[in-house]
Ligand binder design. Sequence first.
Ligand code: SF4
Ligand code: SF4
Length: 426
Amino acid sequence: MEQKDYRPMWKELGLNLEGHDQLLAVLGKAYKDIYLSQENRPKGMQYLDFVISEAHGLRIEELMETKKKGNKVIGTFCVYVPEELILAVGGTCVGLCAGAEIGIDEAEKVLPRNTCALIKSFMGFKLAGLCPYIQASDLVVGETTCDGKKKAYEILNDYKETYVMEIPQMKTERDRALWRGEVVQFKEKVEEIAGRKITPENLRQGIKTANDKRRALQRLSTLRKAIPSPISGLDALLVNQIAFYDDPLRFTKSIQALCDELEDRVKNGVGVVKNRTPRILMSGSPMAVPNWKIPFIVETSGAIVVAEESCAGERSTRDLVKEDGKTLDDMIEAIVDRYMKIDCACFTPNEERIGHIRDLAKEFKADGVIHYNIQFCTPYSMEAYKVEKALQQKGIPTLKIESDYGMEDAGQLKTRIEAFLEMVRG
Ligand code: SF4
Ligand code: SF4
C-alpha cells in the first residue's frame, strides 16, 4: 500500500520537516532492527507495529479530526495527571515523554548538560520542532515531581503554555489535602479549556475508559507470569508505551485480543523463549519510546524481561479508580485516592515501592532484578541503594545500571549484563 503523504499536515503543525524526516528514518531503522528481528512474535503485535508506523501519521490525523469537532488534546509528561478528567470532557490525553537523543543539541542551549535524558529529549523535541503531539496539544500539563522537570517546565512555558500540577512529596493527610486541591483545580482548568462541564455521567464514563485500559494491561501483565512467557519483554514494553498515545477504546480492544492469543499460547505451553531462560524484572526510571536499549540488550543476551516496575509498566496500571461513586464528589475522591498510591521515587519515604519490587520479583518468579535509572535522575539513582539492600536481604540478585539515550555505552552494558546473567544462572 502506498504511504500517504503527511507532509502538508506536519508543515501546518509547524514541524521542522528536514529534522522530522531524519527522526522518522532513525526510528524506522531502530524499530526494524530491534522489534521486527524478533522471532515467534504473537500475531496481535501487528496492531502495535501498525500504530508505531502511523504514530506521526494517521494518529496525528485523528487528533486533528477530533480537534476540528471541538474536542481538545492535552499533552502530559507524567502518570500523575488524571486522564479520567480529560476523557470526561471528550478530550484526548497524549504522553509527551520522549526517549530519543535527537534534538538534544537544541535542548542543551537552554538546559544544563547534566540534565536527565528524558527532560532533554522532550525539550529538544519541542525546540527542534520534531514532535507533532506537542504541536497538536491545546494544553501541556507538567507537574512538580523532580526538580529537573519542574524547572524545565518554566522554560517550556516560553514556547508552549504549560499548566503545572503540584505533586506532594509525602503521603500524610495534609499531602492528600494538597493533592485533592490540585485535582479540583485541574478539573476546573480542563473544563475551561474544553468549554464543557464535568458531570457525574461523563466522569463515570471517563473513569471506566481509563480503568478498562488498565485492566487490559493488567491482564497482559498476568499472562507474563507464565513459564515460559508468551511474549517478549520488548513487545510488552511497547504495549505499555503505546498506551500513552493510542485511542483508548481501540487500544483496549486490541490488547484484549492480543491477550486472548497469549492465553492460548500459555494453555499450549508456547513461549517466546525456552523454559529455563533467566527471568528479569526491570525496575526504575520509565522508558519512553524509543528507549528500548536495555531490554534489547537483556533479551539478546539470553534472558527475558517478565515485568517492568516503572511508569511504562506496573506503576501506571496497578491501581484502578473505584467505580462505585454516585456523586461527582465521590468520584473526585476516588481519583485522588488512586493517584496518591503511585509510588514514584520523588516521594519520601517511599517504602511502598520497595515492597512492590519485592512482591513483583516473587510473583513473576524473577531470577534477578535490573534497576535502571536515567543518568542524572537523582530520585531513582538515590533510591537504588534501598532497593538493592532490600532485594539482597531476600537473596535476589540485583544489577544497578545508569545510562542515557546514547548507544556509546551499549558494548559496556552488554558485558555487564552478560556477566550478571552468568551469575544468575549460577
Ligand atoms: S517516574 Fe515519577 S515523574 Fe516520571 S512519570 Fe512516573 S510518576 Fe511521573
Ligand atoms: S527520569 Fe528522573 S530526573 Fe528524569 S524526569 Fe523522571 S524523575 Fe525526573
